[in-house]
Design a protein around this ligand. Structure first.
Ligand code: ASP
Length: 435
């Protein structure tokens, strides 16, 4: 049976199990005895994320043999990342203006939700405001670490690690061939080892997603909120689905890869993104699928995917656009056409600034709302309004975030002549331990 089916079965049975356990009032069973396996799985994925980025980026750059190729790839990647994000925000804006979910929320719901979550939101607003209080070039400063080990010891410092790896890779490319060879060999070998670790971790995936989803379901407190905010949820999900249509069209028209091949290759990563709500945790699997199952060369995958995980978040930007307009509408805060244009810019930047971890998109939404001039009090109520349904939307937008990265990797691969027939050589699909 293909891996994605196994993961899917794990997810569905996890949800059913969670529902049954909740009915029986035995949430402790899941919390104490099942959830830990999900947490261990996520930890394992995060554990290899930083070494994977370092090793594969350095190897990828060295394999390019030519600094100019790196420049071309870099420019194309950035352009595509920005273009796809702007398209995502625009789709979100168009949908939210047509559906107008903010006008469907009753005052009762607003009051009820702000009473239960209003205070939680203050800390989120403070967190986001702290980020924006710095100068406009702060993000550049943040990207350059002053100590490699400090940078590599915190998962959220991914951009700093990427900076170091690119810098190292470029320098290695410039060193004379004979001296560089053993260093290259070391990274090539280590890269293989880490990819194999991904395969081994993935053997645990079906059980792990069972644990993750069962514990999520038992933690849901008020299912009726979904009905009250139904139109908002529908708008975001519809937008995310349109992004999938957009990706598969591009992939088909430009790279001649059929949507079914594309989605079959990416399904395990997508299901994992859904279960973990974290592009960073999913990164090792995203890279493995793009490289081995879509056939994109390592040079491209190892540059485009880690960068995309932190920088390119189409799902998050689309969600931020919809959520911003929804909140303003529900709070009767009028938005002009210029405001909507502001959203395109700020949601694009906010999604770039969002960390690739659960819930980051909601925190950075504050930046979008602040740019619209929403008063702090209103903002707290607005965020409280969407907070209860944020987790499932976070899970869904993370799927789009990683799918967007893989689409860009495929397109860049094709444009540079670095797209080949896929050659899955792993154990994750056929459980054959011989490489
Ligand atoms: N959870 C998302 C990710 O990791 C970010 C977000 O939208 O909250 O890609």
């Amino acid at each position: 049976m293909a891996l994605h089916w196994k993961i899917l079965i794990g997810m569905v049975s996890g949800i059913l199990f969670g529902i049954i356990i909740s009915y029986m009032g035995m949430q402790w069973l899941v919390k104490d005895w099942i959830k830990p396996f999900g947490t261990i799985f996520i930890n394992m994925l995060k554990l290899i994320a930083i070494p994977l980025i370092i090793v594969s980026l350095i190897k990828g750059i060295v394999d390019l043999h030519d600094i100019n190729k790196f420049k071309t790839m870099g420019v194309r990647t950035f352009v595509l990342y920005i273009v796809t994000t702007v398209i995502a925000v625009s789709i979100g804006l168009i949908l939210v203006n047509i559906i107008q979910p903010g006008n469907q929320v009753s005052n009762d719901t607003i009051q009820q939700l702000s009473a239960s979550y209003g205070t939680d939101m203050k800390s989120n607003i403070d967190k986001a405001t702290a980020t924006t209080a710095n100068g406009p070039l702060q993000f550049l400063i943040d990207m350059v670490p002053d100590n490699f080990f400090k940078a590599a010891s915190v998962n959220s410092n991914m951009l700093q690690v990427i900076f170091f790896a690119i810098f190292f890779g470029i320098a290695l490319l410039l060193v004379d061939k004979k001296t560089a060879q053993p260093v290259k060999d070391f990274f090539t070998g280590t890269n293989e080892v880490i990819m194999k670790m991904v395969d081994i971790i993935m053997l645990m995936a079906p059980v792990a997603v069972f644990a993750l989803l069962a514990s999520l379901v038992t933690e849901i407190t008020s299912p009726d909120i979904f009905v009250a905010l139904g139109w908002y949820v529908v708008t975001v999900i519809l937008g995310l689905m349109l992004m999938l249509v957009f990706y598969s069209s591009v992939v088909y028209l430009y790279a001649k890869v059929t949507p079914s091949t594309f989605f079959k290759a990416m399904a395990p990563a997508q299901l994992l993104a859904f279960s973990t709500s974290s592009s960073a945790a999913t990164l090792p699997v995203t890279m493995e699928r793009v490289e081995e199952h879509l056939g994109v060369d390592k040079e491209v995958t190892s540059f485009v995917c880690p960068l995309g995980a932190t920088v390119n978040m189409d799902g998050t930007s689309l969600y931020q656009a919809v959520a911003a307009v929804f909140i303003c509408e529900a709070m009767h805060f009028n938005l002009s056409f210029t405001d909507q244009l502001t959203i395109i810019i700020t949601a694009t930047l906010a999604s770039i600034g969002s960390a690739a971890v659960p819930g980051a998109g909601l925190i950075m939404l504050v930046v979008v709302l602040e740019s619209l001039g929403l008063p702090a009090e209103t903002m707290a109520v607005g965020l409280a309004l969407i907070f209860a349904v944020d987790r499932p939307l976070d899970m869904s937008r993370t799927i789009i975030n990683i799918t967007g990265d893989s689409m860009v990797a495929l397109v860049i691969g094709k444009s540079l002549g670095k797209l080949h027939k896929s050659k899955p050589k792993n154990i994750d699909d056929n459980y054959n331990f011989e490489a």
